[in-house]
Design a protein around this ligand. Structure first.
Ligand code: GDP
Ligand code: MG
Length: 439
């Protein structure tokens, strides 16, 4: 798809403006590229028409070449085609949120069940999985193993109980345990049949689910859109989850589902690991299709990893009593960014319960601390001992930051207190000692 589109842009190189004539060839390439990507013909027709209409009407923008203009229009239309905005999962206002997963055999329902539980758990929600695939004992085992892997309880009732009965029992259990989200895995068939649909209808009636998500394999191409449509008409669904987008699927499924079925893709699976599930971002998908790379997704992942490494690094430092002013700054700034100062405040000695007024006060005192830390040399930041030993250094910092020597002494004392406190927090028995500041 990407290379097909590239040849479309290339045909516009050297042109001054987009005209009815010079877009004919590029539009033909776009049309072909979409069809090759397994986008259904009616969708392709509408898409090409929409892009052409806009391209001809668009005025000349200084500094923007016609091929770039066309890329922009195609991008916008792709985003629109895929539903525009991210379609968020809906949560119940009261009681557990119930998510029913449906789909053909082998598309990734069981994997998605566990991935979804993991995904929601990371957001602080308690989850429970229900093993509703009663046809293969292995399917239940598979869910139990995955549940263990992500640390989420799995409700099972064996293979002798009807799926709707398991659903009823599972839901009761979830209500008793007051879990936030119940995710119900179901059996799939190789193709749509009446038995599967009737069973799903029964399960749905019992559960009265908040979300009914159809799991579809991206490899099925435009067939995916037809499946979503059929399931929606038969049982009524709230959206789709597209799996195996990491494979060499041609992307057509992602493009057609919303347009054909009217139901959004809410999440996508990009691999077999538990963390390989993410929201479906139409704009990023468009970016990927256009071959501009999925920069946003990448940046987000990189950030996640970096934060984790930071946290591990910090933990190591605390364990070895090396917590220094750099960590102090990093920590306070990170938490300040999160808009919640309370955690850091709790760590500062002498601060117990915090009121909003105290938070404001503390933000002010953090500003003061930052000023002093900025006046330290890198060596001093890493070795607060230097400051404990040297009144001259403390004096210099006070002068450079416009604070009093007493304030600097307080800050230095504080970092040692924090070390002790944090060590205690970590459950380390032999706490470090607080040196007396020499005069
Ligand atoms: P179910 O029959 O619908 O429950 O499908 P399963 O969850 O058992 O998955 C079938 C196979 O697809 C398993 O081998 C999974 O590991 C694999 N699978 C599921 N989701 C993905 C995905 O997003 N990417 C890849 N590459 N494989 C996946
Ligand atoms: Mg399964």
């Amino acid at each position: 798809l990407t290379s097909g589109l590239e040849s479309a842009w290339n045909k516009l190189k050297g042109e001054e403006v987009l005209t009815k004539e010079n877009i004919v060839e590029p539009m033909r390439d776009i049309r072909r590229a979409l069809l090759e990507a397994d986008v259904s013909l009616p969708v392709v027709r509408r898409f090409v028409q929409a892009v052409s209409d806009q391209a001809v009407g668009v005025g000349l923008i200084r500094g923007v070449k016609p091929d770039q203009q066309l890329v922009k229009i195609v991008n916008e239309e792709l985003v629109k085609l895929m539903g525009g905005e991210v379609s968020e999962l809906v949560f119940a206002k009261s009681g557990p949120t119930v998510i029913l997963l449906a789909g053909l055999q082998g598309v990734g329902k069981t994997t998605v069940s566990a991935k979804l539980a993991y995904y929601l758990k990371k957001q602080g929600k308690s989850c429970m999985l229900v093993a509703g695939d009663v046809y293969r004992p292995a399917a239940i085992d598979q869910l139990v193993i995955l549940g263990e892997q992500v640390g989420v309880p799995v409700y099972t009732a064996g293979t002798e109980v009807k799926p709707s009965e398991i659903a009823r029992q599972g839901l009761n259990e979830a209500k008793k345990k007051k879990v936030d989200v119940v995710i119900v895995d179901t059996a799939g068939r190789l193709q749509i049949d009446k038995g599967m649909m009737d069973e799903l209808k029964d399960v749905k009636r019992v559960l009265n689910p908040t979300e009914v998500l159809l799991v579809v394999d991206a490899m099925t191409g435009q067939e995916a859109a037809a499946l979503v449509t059929t399931f929606n008409i038969e049982i009524g669904i709230t959206g789709a989850i597209l799996t195996k987008l990491d494979g060499d699927s041609r992307g057509g499924a992602a493009l057609s589902v919303k347009e054909v079925s009217g139901k959004p893709i809410k999440l996508v699976g990009r691999g077999e690991r538990m963390e390989d599930l993410e929201p479906f971002y139409p704009d990023r998908m468009a970016g990927r299709i256009l071959g501009m790379g999925d920069v946003l997704s990448f940046v987000e992942k990189a950030q996640e990893v970096m934060q984790q490494e930071d946290a591990e690094e910090l933990q190591k430092k605390i364990m070895s009593a090396k917590f220094d002013f750099n960590d102090f700054l990093k920590q306070t700034r990170a938490v300040a960014r999160m808009g919640s100062m309370t955690r850091v405040l709790g760590m500062i000695p002498g601060m117990g319960k915090v009121t909003p007024a105290q938070v404001r006060e503390a933000e002010k005192s953090l500003k003061i601390m930052e000023g002093m830390i900025e006046a330290m040399t890198p060596e001093e930041r890493e070795k607060p001992e230097l400051l404990a030993e040297s009144p001259t250094r403390r004096k210099r910092i006070a002068q450079d930051s416009g604070k009093t020597e007493q304030q600097v002494s307080q800050l230095v004392a504080q970092i040692f207190q924090m070390r002790v406190r944090m060590k205690n927090l970590m459950g380390v028995m032999e706490g470090g000692s607080i040196p007396a500041l020499s005069n």
